[in-house]
Design a protein around this ligand. Structure first.
Ligand code: NAP
Length: 459
């Protein structure tokens, strides 16, 4: 077996390397998780919540090291301070709603019958996590899975190998037993082998469409529950009645934050013809205000992409679109750190169309195409002309119109006058190639538990 290497996008160094577990060692980890599950589930809910929260509190205390490691691992500028806002808000919310979400639903409690629907943990939950928001994407399942009485095995992305170690360190220090939450380093073959061997009660996979398809194939015939949170190509639509400045600010941030590496990042924008020129002018000025550079530099607002390989995908999409007639609005020389490798100048493309990959395939980088539209109908048709469906962001002053347009869009979430945001009270879900299943909200607890019917007759 070969070690898994984490190449830092900051300077190309091997920042960490770990040996993946052998098949035997991986199976032994699953056996420990299975053995620990019933005892964990038997603890009172309040105790499980307290231990999970203690782990998250310790993770907060590790902020300095976590933020520095995030920069080395995936290029996130240190000025943004990690992912703590979302990690804490999601932990608190899921803790708050746990008792109600997991409580039995009593249908009848009379002299003759007691009939109710209970929720049971699914057993061992397997999390396969991506590097782009490495703490948040893990917390979304880790916290509710443990609270619901499952044990958890986490396999993190090779690009963010250390994140799983930090989470395990924090949760174990907070009192979650070692076998209740295990971080493992696995190669793809062992990951798929474990899934195919019916090791898990539920698998949450967050990542690419190709990866999700591989996980679905690995699970075929095992009847394992799957949550597949995959790619996106999320649109923004700016209506004629939009607040232009707010739209530019939020949509461009949604396109460029985290160097465009957000599953729900804005990747295409449709603007009503009456606002189009002004929108493009302001968007270009907005992007020119970014500072591309070393993530440890306090002035840096956009760091390198997580890997030179990912930047190449975006460069290729841009070059191909330009060859097909797209107009690049940003001169890359405005960003001297642009190096042909992981450091990529942000770009806005106009004169784009849906024949171009940059408007149809996930870019997952700091590029956005902007198109002019004449009315809602054209915007809706273009927004739906996509293999993906994660979020869509509509800019208008009119709630009813936003809801009516929302009803016609094939997507998991509709935003009005906001974008690139995750509300833990609303479920995170997608349609089409963006995947299946739900996380967060009370529905997230339903994915991580199974129903059990109690039909008790008194004789
Ligand atoms: P990825 O390459 O699919 O990897 C995701 C995780 O799956 C990693 O841990 C990876 O391990 C593992 N993996 C990939 N293929 C596998 C296979 N065949 N067998 C077993 N394990 C496999 O995705 P990524 O590049 O890390 O993440 C970016 C993608 O995630 C984007 O498409 C983004 O849109 C999507 N995403 C979606 C959401 C959402 O909520 N819908 C949220 C965040 C990200 P290695 O790293 O070791 O290869």
């Amino acid at each position: 077996m070969k070690p898994i290497q984490l190449i830092s996008p900051v300077d190309g160094r091997v920042y960490a390397e770990r040996m993946p577990l052998s098949r035997d060692a991986a199976e032994a980890a699953v056996a420990r998780a299975k053995a620990a599950q019933k005892g964990w589930a038997a603890r009172p809910l309040e105790e499980r919540i307290a231990l999970v929260k203690a782990g998250v509190k310790i993770l907060n205390d590790m902020k300095d090291v976590v933020v520095e490691e995030l920069a080395w691992q995936m290029g996130r500028p240190t000025r943004f301070g990690g992912e703590y806002g979302g990690v804490n808000a999601r932990t608190d919310y899921m803790s708050e709603i746990a008792a109600e979400s997991l409580a039995p639903k009593v249908i009848e409690d009379s002299n003759a019958f007691r009939r109710y629907l209970a929720r049971e943990p699914v057993g061992v939950v397997f999390i396969v996590a991506p590097w782009n928001y490495p703490y948040l994407t893990t917390i979304n399942t880790l916290v509710p899975a443990l609270i619901a009485g499952n044990t958890v095995i986490l396999k993190h992305a090779s690009q963010t190998l250390l994140v799983g170690e930090r989470l395990a360190e924090a949760f174990h220090a907070g009192g979650v037993p070692q076998d209740v939450f295990q971080n493992v380093v696995l190669d793809h073959a062992t990951t798929e082998h474990l899934i195919g061997a019916k090791s898990f009660g539920f698998v949450n996979f967050t990542g690419s469409v190709g990866g999700g398809a591989a996980i679905e194939r690995a699970a075929a015939g095992t009847f394992t529950g799957l949550g597949l949170e995959l790619g996106g190509k999320d649109p923004g639509y700016v209506r004629a009645d939009a607040n232009l400045d707010a739209a530019v600010d939020t949509l461009m941030d949604g396109a460029m934050y985290n160097a465009g590496q957000c599953c729900c990042g804005i990747e295409r924008i449709y603007v009503h013809e009456s606002l189009y020129d002004a929108f493009v002018e302001k968007a270009v000025a907005w992007v020119k205000g970014l500072t591309l550079g070393n993530p440890f530099d306090a002035a840096t607002t956009i760091g390198p992409m997580a890997n030179a390989r990912f930047a190449k995908v975006v460069r290729d999409q841009i070059a191909e679109a330009v060859a097909m007639g797209a107009k690049p609005m940003i001169d890359p020389s405005h960003f001297p750190a642009n190096d042909g490798g992981a450091y990529l100048a942000p770009q806005i493309l106009t004169n784009v169309n849906h024949k171009m990959r940059v408007m149809m395939e996930e870019s997952f980088g700091p590029v956005v195409g902007i198109m002019k539209v004449k009315d809602d109908a054209e915007a809706i048709a273009l927004m739906n002309d996509s293999p993906y469906g994660l979020t869509a962001s509509i800019w208008t002053q009119d709630y009813d119109t936003a809801a009516a347009i929302g009803a016609q869009i094939e997507t998991g979430t509709i935003f009005m006058n906001r974008a690139d945001y995750l509300d833990p009270a609303l479920c995170w879900t997608g349609c089409k190639d963006t995947g299946r299943g739900t996380s967060l909200s009370y529905l997230g607890f339903l994915s991580l538990t199974r129903p059990k019917s109690y039909h008790l007759k008194k004789v």
